[in-house]
Design a protein around this ligand. Sequence first.
Ligand SMILES: Cc1cc2nc3c(=O)[nH]c(=O)nc-3n(C[C@H](O)[C@H](O)[C@H](O)COP(=O)(O)OP(=O)(O)OC[C@H]3O[C@@H](n4cnc5c(N)ncnc54)[C@H](O)[C@@H]3O)c2cc1C
Length: 478
Amino acid sequence: MQACDVCIIGAGLSGLACAKKLHEIHRESTILILEARDRVGGRTLSVPFHGDAVDLGGQWVGPAQHRALTLLHELGLKTVRQTWFGESQSSSGPNLTDLVGLGYRSLDAWAAGVRDPGSWSRADAVAWDRLSVQDFFDAHVALPGVRRELDLLVRTVTASEPAHLSFLYFLAFLGMCGGLTAVGDGDGGAQSFKVAGGAQQLACRLACDLQARGGVEVRLNTAVTHIAWQSDRDTISACTTRIQASKVVLAISPPLWGTIEWSPPLPLDKAAVASRMYMGSAVKTIAVYKTRFWDSGRGGVAAAPAAAVRQLYLEDLGPVANLFPSTVAGAPALIGLITAASAATFASLREHERRAQVLRQYEHYFGTAAARTECTDFISKDWIREPYSRGCFAALMPPGLATCSGGAAARRPLGGSRNVFFAGTELASEWAGYIEGAIEAGYRAAEEVATALGGGGTSPELLTGLVQALCPRPSSML
Ligand SMILES: Cc1cc2nc3c(=O)[nH]c(=O)nc-3n(C[C@H](O)[C@H](O)[C@H](O)COP(=O)(O)OP(=O)(O)OC[C@H]3O[C@@H](n4cnc5c(N)ncnc54)[C@H](O)[C@@H]3O)c2cc1C
């Protein structure tokens, strides 16, 4: 049996950020990171494309996401500004200017008031948590145009149907990000910058740096199946590997907590979070072109799509709900996001059917056959069927969970001597669901672990945990 001071489960950005921070503040600890996949990065995935990289997972960062920007800088990574269609500084997504202009600032004010789970016991929060986002909009949004924008906002930002999502949790999500304009498209929003060379590099470089420092090991192809905690000597097990750790950090999304066997079982409030939080649904597509047919030619600024001028809505013309102009390996490209209920339907198609649907939609939207005929490459990535993600962008709360047990329970460590800690983007207090949130939650968990470990290192006598994971296969590249 292998022993370590801290075992981190999940080598996504949260688990890796946790290891980085812990190594900085508690240098003498030995840290073992167990990762189920054959790669690091989790919901970030950059695949090679003609000498460049295509991001099939998390991609954008915004100017308010200071932890992500600092980490990018520390790791020597550069950002590239996202460009937009037309003068409106928009993608094809929801028109937030209209929403804010139409008096929906109150959403931002309410959101700011409930961003902290400590506020979820307030009477208005409890009432909001009884409602789905759809219930609330049905009761309070009369103007069809505003309703359309709001529904689109929810679907594109959370990848959930409004009917499934707690109105309180939606407000808290907005509040944690700084409001409507912060999550929206356009300069200054969460999609302002891309990572040059691909966002997965954050995880790859972090993992390489950590292993080079010594005291930290990242083990791939090792899915944790069992955690025994609060016993004399807690364990984490892989079917052939048993690991004894003083502290365990779970850096996976809450719906995946339930894929692990817990001895003793998770407390009821944690079990409710694991079983009731649900993943959003999204498929990402990249269409690469011979020409930038949407370009106005004026200083490289992309023109407003023909359909936008004709007042047609992208989401009425096909599966893609949000569309971004881009460049991949020097070639023009369109990045399309298919979210919520449409994603599940789209994911069931074969690749050539996906391509045909999306290109037909672009042809109608841009009003030119070039959108179909000039496409050289089409790539799509379904996150719903990924066993170690089960969806994206992140896990969300349905009505009734946040005020019942979800609030405080989700982040609370387990065990009398605080053996098991929880990270992952969903448990962030800022930008939950984003890369920034993953890093924040990882740093927070590291500080909790460091406090629990005390000032000095641990000795083998203090080991209290065991972890079990699936039979490791040979590791591939990080
Ligand atoms: C298509 C898509 C687009 C997105 N766009 C953006 C964006 O533009 N900007 C942004 O900020 N965010 C975006 N996101 C969200 C962002 O990628 C995530 O919030 C972030 O990467 C989550 O990091 P994490 O470490 O919390 O979780 P994860 O990345 O999910 O990491 C968890 C890790 O744990 C592993 N794991 C799971 N179960 C086990 C187990 N039993 N044993 C061992 N390991 C296990 C998983 O394999 C995974 O590697 C997007 C996500 C997707 C998928």
